[in-house]
Every structure is written in C-alpha cells, then in structure tokens.
Design a protein around this ligand. Sequence first.
Ligand code: 5AD
Ligand code: SF4
Length: 461
Amino acid sequence: MKQSIIKIHRNLDIKNNFSDIKITKKLFIRTFGCQMNEYDSEKIIDILNQKYNLFEVKSPDEADIIIFNTCSIREKAQEKVFSDLGRIKPLKQKNPELILCVGGCVASQEGNFILERAPFVDIIFGPQTIHRIYDLIQKKLQENLPQIDISFPEIEKFDSLPIPHRNKSSAFVSIMEGCNKYCSYCIVPYTRGIEIYRPLKDIIFEIKKLSDIGVKDITLLGQNVNAYKTNIDNKIIDFASLLEYVHEINGIERIRFMTSHPKEMTNKMLDVYKNLYKLVSFLHLPVQSGSDKILSSMKRGYTVAEFRYVIDQLRKARPSLALSTDFIVGFPGESEEDFENTIQLAQEIKFSSAFSFIYSARPGTPASTFPDNVTYHEKQSRLFKLQEVINIHSQEFAKSLIGTKQRVLAENVSTRDEKQIFGRTEYNKIVNFTAPKSIIGTMVDVIITNVNTNTLNARLI
Ligand code: 5AD
Ligand code: SF4
C-alpha cells in the first residue's frame, strides 16, 4: 500500500515535471524609438520568458523568434523598419519555422499594409497588445496564417503584465499610455491612442516590487506624464501627488520622469521640485520651437514667453536643475526669422542637452497638409546651425562638472575596460571610474576628472 502511494506521488511528480518543461526559444528583439518602446520590449521579454525557456540572441540569424518593436515618429524611422525587414527575408526563406513579429507604432499605423510590403511577416501587434504576443504566436502555429492585433483594449495591457524579475538597479515604470495633445505634426495620439492612466495602486505595487529586487532609480514613463490623473476616494491624484507617493517608497533613491509638457507644469510641480529630494535635478521638457507663430501652428498650447516663465520658476524652485529639450526645425511655414528665434531661445536657456529633428510629415496628421515652402537643403542647414549651438552648451555643461562631487548609481562593468565600472549621474550622464565590482547596484560618490564626447571619467571617493 505504502509503495503504491509513493508511486502515485512519483507519478504526480513526473507529470508536474513534464508540464513544467518549457520549450527552448531563441529571441532576437530590436527596439526602435523612444523609452516607451524600450519599456514595452522589456515587458515582451518578461512575457515570453514565462512561457518559454528563453534565450536572447545578439543576431537575427541565430533566432527562432524575431521581434521588431517599431517607431513611426518620423518617416526615416519607419522606412528603417522596412529595410530591416527586407534583410530578414532570406532568413525566413531558409527557415520557414522562424516566427517574425512586427510590433509598436509602425504596426499600429500600418496594420495590414505591412503584409503588402512584407508578406513574410507572421505577427503584427500594437503597443497596447504586447501582452497578447504569446497567444498570437500560438494562433499562428495552429492556423499557419499571419495574425494581426492592433486594437486598443484600454488598460488590459498593464493588468496582464508579469511582475518584473530582472535584477537591474534602474527601471522604467509606465504610468500612462497615449496622448490627448494632438500636436499638429505628431502621430503618437493615432498610434498609441488617447491618454489612459494606470491606477495609483498598480504603479506603487510595481515600484515596491522593483525596490524589493534592488532597483534604486525609477523613471516614470508616459508620453505626457504630467497630465496624469486618477481618482481615489473622490480625491484627484495628479502627477505631483503621484511623485509624492513614489517618494515615500523605501529603497528608491532616484525618481525621474519622461516626457512632460510645458503646459502642465503646475505650481504643485514647482513645489515637488522644492520638496522631493529624490527627484533628480534633470528635466526633459520639449519646447519644439522658439517662434510663437510656429508654436501656434504646431498646436503646442503655449507661447515662448510662457515657456520662459516656466523655466524661470523651475530654476527658482530647484537652482541646480539641468534642462534638456526637443526641437523640430523646418516646420511648414518656418521663416528665417522664426528659426532665428529658435536659435535665440536655445542660446538663452542653455540646455544641458537637446534632441533636434528635421520636421517629417506624418500621414494623417494636420501638419502633413500644411504648405511647406522651405527646401530640404535649407532645413538641413538650419538643423546643423541649431546643433552647433546645442553642442556648445552641452559641452559647457559637461565641463562645469569637472572637479565636482557627483552621486552615481554604479550600474555594471564597463564594456571597454574590465577594471572600470560605469554608472549614471542624476543628469543621466554615463560616468566611468575604477572601482571593485562589489559596488555594482549601489550609489557612490565620485569626483569628475574629465569629459569625453558622450561620457565622463571620474575617481571614486
Ligand atoms: N517630425 C519631426 N520630429 C517629430 N517629433 C515628433 N513628431 C515629429 C515629426 N513629425 C519629435 C518632437 C518630439 C520628439 C519625441 O520627436 O520633437 O518631442
Ligand atoms: Fe506628440 Fe504632442 Fe503628444 Fe508629445 S504632446 S506625444 S508631441 S501629440
């Protein structure tokens, strides 16, 4: 009798072991575009990791599953996806078992049309359906037909994501999806949908979990984070209040957010810059143009004077604040004078870093129908002039750090030199310094010794 019970137990064990065995899959994932896509790619890996014995590979020709998580913010980014798909085509012809997936904003924008240009694609999914990726793969295997799901199933995405497990000292946490601003040039409200805010308790739960596994540096993510709002017991929780809640979480030492809008920099936001010491002294606040005429045509909802006022107030609230921004040059109707106003604003604010882009007409956006009489050559020359100004200020900013003490989150061993550790300052600058590996994952103080083009060198104190 005893024997048979053991046997049954054994059988059960064996059965469980079989059901636990996961199929091994090698994944190649390429992420285009913004941090929202980086966040989504990390979540895609987490989802597939639950289902498969998953290995990430560095080259598409080693993979069983290839995922392109795409960006459509500018035409160039979108075309890059199609040229990369063209390069993958021979792999698919050689190995019909290979699963090829296109996700993100190009998938959302183009849907079925992707199959017209690249009929060998197996799965097309949008930014709001990343959590269905495994089911889509299964369906493709059963039906042997391409699967498309680019729907917007509200907040379902966040409810279905696994709890993060990766042992990193910094992490992104998405707090909202989409954008309601409808700037006249921008495709995001169409590809990522209208604003949907995650409930406060879910955000706090995720950050606490991340803190438990050693994460110290959190970036709250969304296309428009300072528009965040939710309701608890009939009380409105806005973005400033959310920051206060996150500030309370033990173990979290640094709070960042990305991206915010100048129009939503409320007095309460100024207060959090005064009061919350974990909030980094670094803010990315896209201005786009220094001309009122262009800002109005872009539907940005503020004037240059209002932007200046916001910056003045922020600098009063947090004198050490470093600012970065985005500019678009060559917007339809941008005259030489409008562009000069942009240069003037850049010279006046002295951003510590800035991204600048040539305007790219996006299908379906209002600006794509605006008459545009500036030549591409002229646009390139304006971009070049603006970048020269931006580079001077970012170099000046980096040089001003030489000799200063900076608190750095030690992230990992440098890829260039085994004896060096790289970390990140609160200004998001990468710093290399000699230190033992044991400090990885902790905050340390360093003295900045010199400046390279994109990184800093330092000495551990
Ligand atoms: N053309 C050029 N740049 C764009 N951006 C957004 N849409 C466009 C476009 N159609 C830029 C803006 C934004 C950044 C993420 O991308 O500067 O802040
Ligand atoms: Fe696009 Fe404007 Fe929304 Fe930013 S605020 S995502 S530029 S529509």
